[in-house]
Design a protein around this ligand. Structure first.
Ligand SMILES: [Zn+2]
Ligand SMILES: [Zn+2]
Ligand SMILES: [Zn+2]
Length: 172
């Protein structure tokens, strides 16, 4: 896949919370959890929606809509931008993918079966993204909000930095 050539070799284990893990198992688990939720909630995981999710699951890295469109075209899903956008809209609306505002790109959710406020650690060198949870009602912001009589419904946490794989590069 030419698109990934600017990154290190594809055999490199993908970060999940920037930890080494069996990514094939990880992909299988996320797909199974997504299918289970679709079945339970009567959502239709059409072939193109599933393909977009699979593309995003190849690596724990954010992909922009255009990159996804290119990959869909290569996979024989046609080249109409609305196809990619509609699939992304569906996946994002139901929490199967998250939008990373900082990168104007998308990542596959790693725990689609749990309601959660995601928080992201984004490597500024390789664009890999690790997802963790945040507790919007807790911490300093929660305290300020309570004092102000403000009820937080959603927070977007995007931390930018350097992942363990890129740490050497950043230091040199
Ligand atoms: Zn993984
Ligand atoms: Zn998530
Ligand atoms: Zn990195």
């Amino acid at each position: 896949m030419t698109r990934n050539t600017r990154h290190a070799p594809v055999e490199r284990p993908a970060p999940l919370g920037f930890q080494k893990h069996d990514h094939e198992v990880c992909v299988a688990q996320v797909l199974a959890a997504t299918e289970a939720r679709c079945a339970k909630e009567g959502l239709r995981l059409t072939p193109v929606r599933r393909k977009v999710l699979e593309l995003l699951l190849q690596e724990h890295r954010a992909l922009g809509a255009y990159a996804i469109l290119d990959m869909l075209r290569e996979a024989g899903f046609g080249s109409q931008p609305p196809v990619a956008y509609r699939a992304l809209d569906f996946l994002a609306e139901h929490g199967f993918v998250h939008k990373i505002e900082r990168l104007n790109a998308f990542v596959a959710c790693v725990h689609p079966d749990e309601a959660h406020s995601p928080a992201f650690m984004i490597c500024r060198i390789c664009d890999s993204v690790a997802e963790t949870h945040s507790a919007p009602a807790k911490g300093a912001l929660g305290a300020v909000a309570r004092e102000a009589g403000f009820r937080i419904e959603r927070t977007v946490v995007e931390a930018e930095g350097v992942c363990p794989d890129c740490a050497d590069q950043a230091a040199s």
